[in-house]
Design a protein around this ligand. Structure first.
Ligand SMILES: [Zn+2]
Length: 154
C-alpha cells in the first residue's frame, strides 16, 4: 500500500483488527520512509458500481468520495465516527444490492439523505441543502467545498 504522504510503496501493517461490527478489517500502517501513519480498511465489495451522472457521464463508484461528503456534512456533530462508518457501509451495501450495477447519482444522493435523516438532523440539512443545488451540476469537488461549513472552524 503506497504511503499517502511520501509515495513510498513499502509500508508496514502495525495492527489489524475487525471494525464496523466485523464487516471491515481496519489496518494501522506505518511508512518507514517518512514515519507517516495511516489507516486502511478492507471490505467486501459485492459488485463494481458505476455512477451515472445527470449529464449522462459514467464514473466508477468511489466509496471514499461518498464517505468524504458524509463526513463533512457530519463535522462536529455528536455522532460516533464508528456509527458514521456503519451508516456508509449500509448505504454501499444497499447500492450493491439494487439489482443494477449502474446507479444514477440522484438515487445515491437520495439514499444518503435518507440515511442521514435517521441519524442526525443537522447533518441531513447540511447535506440536503447543498445537494439540491448540485443535482444538475454533478461537480463533486464544488459540492464538497460548498458542504464545508463556512463558519471558519473547519
Ligand atoms: Zn511515507
Amino acid at each position: 500500500m503506497r504511503c499517502p504522504f511520501c509515495g513510498n510503496i513499502d509500508t508496514q501493517v502495525k495492527d489489524s483488527r475487525p471494525a464496523e461490527d466485523n464487516v471491515a478489517i481496519r489496518r494501522r500502517r506505518f511508512c518507514p520512509a517518512c514515519a507517516g501513519r495511516f489507516t486502511t480498511y478492507e471490505r467486501v465489495q459485492l459488485r463494481d458500481l458505476v455512477v451515472i451522472k445527470s449529464n449522462g457521464r459514467r464514473e466508477d463508484f468511489d466509496r471514499d468520495k461518498l464517505s468524504r461528503s458524509i463526513r463533512i456534512a457530519m463535522q462536529k456533530r455528536p455522532v460516533e465516527p464508528e456509527r458514521i462508518d456503519q451508516m456508509i457501509s449500509g448505504i454501499v451495501r444497499r447500492l450493491e444490492s439494487m439489482g443494477d450495477t449502474d446507479i444514477a447519482s440522484k438515487v445515491i444522493g437520495e439514499i444518503v439523505m435518507e440515511a442521514l435523516a435517521r441519524i442526525d438532523t443537522v447533518g441531513y440539512v447540511r447535506f440536503a441543502s447543498v445537494y439540491k443545488n448540485f443535482q444538475a451540476a454533478d461537480d463533486f469537488d464544488r459540492f464538497v467545498s460548498e458542504l464545508r461549513p463556512a463558519d471558519g472552524e473547519g
